[in-house]
Design a protein around this ligand. Sequence first.
Ligand SMILES: Cc1cc2nc3c(=O)[nH]c(=O)nc-3n(C[C@H](O)[C@H](O)[C@H](O)COP(=O)(O)O)c2cc1C
Length: 196
Amino acid sequence: MKHLFLLILLFSAVTSCNSQEKPATTNNAPSKSDVVIENILNRRSVRKYQPQQVGKDSIDIIMNCAVNAPSALNKQPWEIRVIQSKEILQKIEGLEANFHGAPTLIIIGKDKENSYASFDCGLLTQTILLTAESMDLGTCSLGSVAAILNQEKSKEVFDLLGLPENYDVVLAIALGYKAERPEAKKRDLGKVRYID
Ligand SMILES: Cc1cc2nc3c(=O)[nH]c(=O)nc-3n(C[C@H](O)[C@H](O)[C@H](O)COP(=O)(O)O)c2cc1C
């Protein structure tokens, strides 16, 4: 009897210890932090897409999350354009801009007069990438497309974006249902140092 009591005491001590390390969850569901970490680690640049278009409901969720990204002094020095029109996408392809055949192209415009705009647009972009990943949608950041859209030869398409006077394109993002699941590329944890 005494042994049984000790055993129960030991078991409850061990389980209460574990529950301090991990937040308690119901139904064996993964904890919120597990889900967020898995989402970050699963995201990869996708360069093959299914032809199926992404629905407006999904785009609305992604955009709502996007504009909740932080920005210096909450200036939100960005403009976002979501392009699904086949006609406009063909025009962009005609400029030799490669967005990997994605059915949706997101263009991020940046306020050239705001010195934090590049950081802010980077945070906006990562928010878009991670929200899309949480829906199992593929994305790819496209600096090359942004560079092309800012060129003089792209003026017709650039004007279609209707960006404010002092804006240029900082990045484009391909978006669509994944037709490939690339492995993670090598990362260098040696860039992290703990200074005690
Ligand atoms: C600012 C920026 C510009 C990029 N431009 C391109 C691009 O023009 N074309 C492309 O295929 N990938 C582009 N990428 C994707 C990177 O190649 C990719 O993020 C990197 O190789 C790491 O792979 P991962 O995203 O799968 O982890 C860009 C990424 C960033 C952050």
